[in-house]
Design a protein around this ligand. Structure first.
Ligand code: PLP
Length: 401
């Protein structure tokens, strides 16, 4: 049969493509700075000790593998919401936050946009920062929500274009959906300050926009879970009925376990129940019900004071190692008399640094030095360590000169 003979080749995923190129490269000195996953000081994937202990506890319990409810494991969603919103959050205490387990952060964004596409009465337009995590665009478009952008990155200062950001959010049609990265913006590593978040909250309120927070890196920005939740908690305190997409991929190193939540602040427990009944209708035809193991691991850690404390230490350790790499890279670039100002490498936060390298320079690094990163010049700082940082800095310096 020739049913599929006319199917055109799809374009490669820009991030996965970097990984493939890295795998094919046979050089011993090759460095992968493409993928957004933490690596330890030897460049190896890192399994948190708190996670290993939780695995042991679960193994001993010999739990069954029966289906979860459509909205996921109850203990998990309860503890995850407390972690994001804070135990003393008013809407949480009042029982008016709708929470559903999701297939990690991506699945949460898909539930959020799927729900909005069907039920939101305002303009079906989502404003994404420019630049943003690449997957935001197709996830929104696939459910028929129109994608617009607001200014975010200022090429000149390699910092936040706050004036542009405010202007674009202000100019958006009232009631638009505005997506914010809760912390550690991907790919720029640049976040608004707490004062700037307060201004943004006022604008969003005045314009009656819907705020959708994508929180994929709680704890990874500052090493402190509470500090990284500032924007989310501030907006909620200010009365915004936010939507939140939460991922445990990065902060617990549970990438492939796909543990996350979708949640939404509503105005009453009764409204929450109605919203959840429709969220179930969004989820059911997508995958029926979510996977159990990752959610059990997260719930075991969040629900056990000893493991929770250990996890806090491990997050801090990951965040601190990345901060050290930022300092080392900055010092080396200065030592190597690299033209330009590299202060942004130290001031940016989270997993990534938006270096300012051009697509050509990125190409040269891959071709001549076997160093791989995304074309926009984004470096996954976690891919750097004491063994490869000088090699990377020397080659980066070379392509800039
Ligand atoms: N949102 C942002 C901003 C991200 O950077 C990522 C991952 O890189 C995600 C969401 C989704 O991650 P996951 O689906 O693995 O939780």
């Amino acid at each position: 049969t020739d049913f599929w003979a006319t199917i055109p080749e799809g374009p490669p995923d820009p991030i996965i493509g970097v990984n493939d190129a890295f795998k094919k490269d046979t050089s011993k000195t090759k460095v992968n700075l493409g993928v957004g996953a933490y690596r330890d000081e030897n460049g190896k994937p890192y399994i948190l000790e708190s996670v290993q202990k939780a695995e042991d506890i679960l193994y001993q319990k010999k739990l069954d593998k029966e289906y979860l409810p459509i909205t996921g494991a109850e203990e998990f969603t309860r503890l995850a919401a407390e972690l994001a919103y804070g135990k003393d959050s008013k809407p949480l205490q009042e029982g008016r936050i709708a929470v559903a387990q999701s297939i990690s952060g991506t699945g949460a964004v898909r539930i959020a946009t799927g729900f909005l596409a069907e039920f939101y009465k305002g303009p079906k337009v989502i404003y994404l920062p420019n630049p943003t995590w690449g997957n935001h665009i197709p996830v929104a478009e696939t459910v028929g929500i129109k994608v617009e952008r607001y200014r975010y990155f200022d090429k000149k200062t390699i910092g936040l274009d706050f004036a542009g950001m405010k202007e674009d959010i202000e100019k958006a049609e009232p009631g638009s959906i505005i997506l914010f990265h809760a912390c550690a913006q991907n790919p720029t590593g640049i976040d608004p300050t707490q004062e700037q978040w307060k201004e943004l909250s006022d604008i969003v309120k005045a314009k009656k926009h819907v705020s959708l927070f994508d929180m994929a890196y709680q704890g990874f920005a500052s090493g402190d879970l509470v500090r990284d939740a500032f924007a989310v908690r501030y907006f909620v305190e200010q009365g915004h009925q936010i939507i939140l997409c939460q991922s445990f991929a990065k902060n617990l190193g549970l990438y492939a376990e796909r543990a996350g939540t979708f949640s939404m602040v509503t105005s009453s427990p009764e409204e929450k129940d109605r919203v959840l009944s429709q969220i179930r209708r969004v989820i059911r035809p997508l995958y029926s019900s979510p996977p159990i193991h990752g959610a059990q691991l997260v719930a075991t850690i969040l629900g056990n004071p000893e493991l929770y404390q250990q996890w806090l230490g491990e997050i801090k350790k990951m965040a601190d190692r990345i901060i050290t790499m930022r300092e080392r890279l900055y010092d080396l670039l200065v030592e190597l008399k690299t033209p330009g100002d590299w202060g942004h490498i130290k001031s940016q936060i989270g997993m990534f640094s938006f270096t300012g390298l051009t697509a050509e320079q990125v190409g040269e690094l891959a071709e001549h030095a076997h160093v791989y990163m995304t074309k926009d010049g984004r470096v996954s700082m976690a891919g750097l360590n004491e063994h490869n940082i000088r090699y990377f800095a020397e080659n980066m310096s070379k392509v800039v000169k």
